[in-house]
Design a protein around this ligand. Structure first.
Ligand code: UTP
Length: 479
């Protein structure tokens, strides 16, 4: 079917499928649609997994009855796995050498997940375009992709990067990358691929919702959609064909993320792990990060919303939190493990999110609810953790590696001003270590494309230099 082909009625087989599922109201406004809109609706309906819909509706029904979808099981015997502390372990130098070697040999690739709808932040386009550079005003994409430019500069090899988008972010991301010269990366080393969508279902009825007269309300299938989407687009082969053996994954909303930190990658390689993950040490039970736990020989991440408050607050023998390994969604995987995970488990479990989803009412008026009315479904990439034979957990300082942008300006946490403050604090700390003084209250920012660490500063800013004005600090060549 082409977009311009006229359709007086939907294809009979589709009408029958939709009727069997009791969802005929999706055709309620059919008569109002032009040919292109009809074709679009049909494409969307044909993409729905109708056989899987009853299972989604059953989850919605359980949610209605107050049954928690995530069964976390008995955690009485669970522990926090041992964590290697970045920069503080005896194996640090060895790990750094190994990681640097792998980067220099082109064995490392990266996946950036950027398909989220950014609904809390309230952005209309991809979150990656949001400008947070405290001095440069650079966007998240520029800050994060700049890091890969810096890695190429230091280690002499491109890091092939796959960027996952969704229906909501794909066009805007591609357009941005083209307009900004792929933020300094070689376009041949950037693969943009799109994740799948899942329908949002009305919480009260479990029915499909229309977002427009000819459009179903859908949402991207979570960052775990990466696994199937990468396979479908040939991404795993794309990596392998370039000699990539391990990929580091990170999220578009954390401009401090250090997926390509040589020591982090080195710990992954040294431990021959299938799956290595970065954590921060949770100080407060209420911190909104999932925790990595070990249960027998198996590891997994328990979402913060699924961890009972009493367990979250429990202390261990050292007086710190018993479950303190807070996941920050920066991981390294061997490509072989991802291939195995795809083969063993195509469908990761679904997590439910109760959200306010705009919809058309019976009269065709668009309602924008102020309260949650619908269930969205997401898959999380960390749910492949139990499949891993070897896990390595690397603890990083939050100040060095975690400042997520989730909320709009003025929010109490994870707002643009907090992210900017974290970028400035990180820059000030690195400059201080390099012997450079920054006047109190002066904003400084490290140029993502030229500064990885203090070594990049030595060539341009000798110790004893003082910075009195806001400045974007660029690094020089390492001698
Ligand atoms: P979040 O769920 O925290 O953020 O995703 P979001 O989806 O962008 O924003 P909200 O929840 O609507 O406010 C964390 C990371 O996972 C990516 C996001 O782009 C972000 O980098 N993500 C999330 C995807 O790539 N796909 C998804 O389906 C969901």
């Amino acid at each position: 079917m082409t977009a311009t082909e006229d359709l007086t009625t939907p294809p009979p087989s589709l009408i029958a499928t939709v009727a069997r599922a009791g969802q005929q109201r999706v055709f309620r406004f059919w008569d109002r649609l032009d040919a292109a809109a009809r074709a679009q609706l049909i494409r969307q309906l044909e993409a729905v997994d109708w056989d899987g819909l009853p299972a989604l509706q059953a989850l919605v029904a359980e949610h209605r009855r107050g049954i928690a979808a995530a069964v976390i099981g008995d955690l009485s015997a669970a522990t926090t796995p041992p964590c290697v502390r970045l920069g503080a372990d005896d194996s640090r130098a060895d790990a750094e050498r190994l990681g640097a070697g792998a980067l220099g040999a082109g064995r490392i690739g990266a996946v950036l997940v950027a398909g989220g709808q950014g609904s809390r932040l309230g952005c209309s386009g991809p979150k990656g375009l949001y400008q947070v550079g405290p001095v440069s005003n650079a966007s998240l994409f520029e800050l994060l992709l700049g890091r890969l430019v810096a890695v190429r500069r230091r280690y002499g090899r491109d890091v092939p990067l796959a960027i996952m988008t969704s229906a909501a972010t794909d066009a805007g991301t591609r357009e941005f990358l083209a307009r900004h010269g792929h933020c300094g990366l070689d376009p041949r080393c950037v693969l943009v691929f799109q994740q799948a969508e899942l329908p949002a279902l009305e919480a009260a009825s479990g029915d499909l919702l229309l977002d427009g007269p000819g459009r179903l309300a859908t949402a991207p299938d979570g960052h775990g959609g990466m696994l199937v989407a990468l396979r479908k687009c040939g991404g795993l082969e794309w990596f392998a064909s370039q000699g990539v053996e391990h990929v580091a994954t990170f999220q578009v909303d954390n401009p401090l993320a250090m997926p390509l930190h040589a020591e982090f990658l080195g710990h992954h390689l040294r431990s021959a792990a299938d799956f290595t993950t970065q954590v921060i040490r949770k100080r407060e039970p209420g911190e909104r990060v999932g925790v990595v736990i070990r249960h027998g020989d198996s590891h997994r991440v328990v979402e913060y919303s699924d961890l009972p408050a009493a367990l979250a607050a429990e202390c261990g023998p050292d007086g710190g939190l018993r479950f303190h390994a807070g996941s920050i969604a920066v991981h390294a995987f061997s490509v072989a493990f991802l291939e195995r995970a795809v083969a063993e488990r195509t469908a990761l479990p679904l997590h439910l999110a109760f959200k306010a989803v705009p919809f058309l009412d019976a009269a065709g008026d668009r309602v924008v609810p102020s309260q949650p009315n619908a269930i969205k479904f997401e898959r999380f990439i960390f749910d492949i953790m139990p499949l891993a034979r070897r896990i390595c957990v690397v603890e990083v300082e939050a100040a060095a590696g975690f400042a997520p942008l989730k909320n709009p300006p003025g929010a109490t946490a994870d707002a643009p001003e907090h992210v900017q403050a974290a970028l400035v604090a990180r820059a000030r700390a690195m400059l201080a270590r390099a012997g450079i003084e920054v006047a109190a209250g002066v904003a400084v920012e490290l140029d993502a494309a030229t500064v990885i660490d203090e070594r990049d500063l030595a060539a341009v800013l000798p110790p004893g230099t003082r910075i009195d004005e806001p400045r974007l600090v660029r690094g020089g060549a390492i001698r």
